[in-house]
Design a binder for this molecule. Structure first.
Ligand SMILES: Cc1ncc(COP(=O)(O)O)c(C=O)c1O
Length: 428
């Protein structure tokens, strides 16, 4: 049995339960054995979340009708909204926006703030996902504002709150900052960003993309003091085709697209989709179960206990990958392999390992992993999703390794053994 010294892996019994919940954990849809270390591109699915969404989808009723079946659906949606508020740590007087993608929500939020809040500039960072960066660029241009872009810290792969706040002044209407980079895995200290930004301009609207962060850490929208935060369930054990955003009370109240008869703080336009809320509630049930909090605690405490347990397990996996175990050397010790942004420890890092090989292109490395039954993905500068971010970090590409909390230390060791083999083969 190997051992690792950071984080706390789930107890064996909890791990057995966790692994039984995920579909296609060890085999793809066609029965081919594989290790899925590409969860940042779309995570492994909780079987029950998809099944529950399908059960609800089978009901033809509309939540607005008075019959019992319809009212049950309305309750499903109501429970889902309560769970979203608990998950986001939002204020009850805030609003929720349901969209097909997280990107759509980000464009809506950025446009609404730009339409309503006067200012001369918008501040964002060079490592934002295009959904927020491009929305900021587009609405800055349309309203004649300056777009100010904070460069990342190239040693951490993340954003230094002081560097971001240095761009803020009394003319700043909006700051958009990513909670965790989906390329480097660096976690932004959002409370520090909010404090530094508001010290320069207390009125700034602050928007956070938490799509990568959400499956690995606790969001505290009200505690952090942010105005909008979005997530995509397909990155956190759920289905594709839906995304949720929390809006602070002051943002919710801004004039926005809505049906004339809707309440002034309603942001959803058109019919409800209770199946999406049912899937989300099932994910929250799962987090509450694995968190193991006492039954009498509130829903938010139960959910956050699950997220904290995930974080501890994932820190153990990250430590195993970087530093190895008693059985295997870690990535940082392997000749011919470079792990980026890992010199400062794992505390402010998500379970993403960006690496390159000295003697192998990223595309060839991904192919080699595939031949060994491991799915990873390359983020390269030829993709418009990655180019700006990679160049800001001084890179042309990385192999992105993104396991999930349902993976074990032993699977991480297997990954290390395969990586050693690939690096040795590449060196000739
Ligand atoms: C960090 C981050 N933000 C936003 C998005 C966009 O999500 P969606 O595909 O739901 O628009 C992604 C998707 O890759 C992402 O990784």
């Amino acid at each position: 049995m190997s051992s690792t010294t950071a984080g706390t892996p789930f107890p064996a019994e909890t791990m057995r339960y966790i692994r039984a919940q995920f579909a296609q954990l060890e085999h793809d849809a066609h029965g081919t054995a594989r290790l899925f270390f590409e969860n940042s591109g779309g995570s492994l699915r909780l079987r029950r979340a998809t099944e529950r969404a399908q059960e609800v989808s089978l009901c033809p009723e509309s939540t607005s009708r008075p019959n019992e079946a319809a009212q049950r659906l309305a309750r499903v949606q109501h429970d889902g909204e309560a769970d979203l508020l608990a998950f986001f740590g939002g204020e009850p007087s805030g609003a929720l926006l349901h969209t097909a993608t997280a990107s759509q929500a980000m464009f809506t939020v950025v446009r609404t703030i730009t339409d309503n809040v006067p200012g001369t500039n918008i501040v964002t960072t060079a490592i934002e996902h295009p959904s927020s960066y491009d929305a900021c660029a587009r609405y800055a241009e349309r309203t004649g504002r300056e777009l100010r872009v904070a460069e990342p810290d190239t040693s951490t792969g993340g954003i230094d709150p002081a560097a971001l706040a240095a761009l803020v002044d009394t003319g700043t209407s909006l700051v958009s900052v990513i909670a965790t980079s989906n390329i480097t895995g660096a976690i932004t200290d959002i409370p520090a960003v909010v404090a530094a930004v508001r010290a320069k301009n207390p009125a700034v609207h602050i928007v956070t993309d938490a799509v990568q962060y959400a499956p690995h850490g606790v969001i505290d929208a009200a505690g952090w003091g942010i105005d909008a935060v979005n997530i995509a369930p397909y990155k956190m054990f759920g289905d594709r085709g839906n995304a949720f955003t929390y809006l602070s009370p002051r943002l919710a109240a801004l004039d926005h697209d809505r049906l004339a008869g809707a309440a002034s703080t309603t942001w959803n336009i058109g019919s409800a989709a209770p199946a999406m809320y049912a899937g989300f509630t099932t994910i929250m049930d799962y987090l509450a179960t694995i968190g193991g909090a006492a039954p009498e605690v509130g829903r938010r405490e139960a959910i956050t206990a699950g997220l904290r347990a995930i974080h501890h397990h994932e820190q153990a996996l990250l430590h195993t990958l970087l530093e190895g175990t008693t059985l295997r050397p870690g990535l940082r010790a392997l000749p011919g392999v470079r792990v980026h942004f890992a010199d400062q420890g794992i505390r402010a890092r998500d379970l993403i390992v960006p690496l390159t090989f000295d003697n192998l292109s990223c595309a060839d490395a991904v192919r080699a992993y595939g031949e060994h039954g491991i799915v990873v993905y390359e983020r390269v500068a030829t993709s418009h999703y990655s180019a700006r971010i990679l160049h800001a970090l001084g890179l042309e590409g990385i192999v992105r390794v993104s396991p999930l909390h349902c993976h074990t230390v032993e699977e991480a060791e297997h990954f290390l053994a395969v990586t050693e083999k690939i690096a040795r083969h590449a060196a000739g």
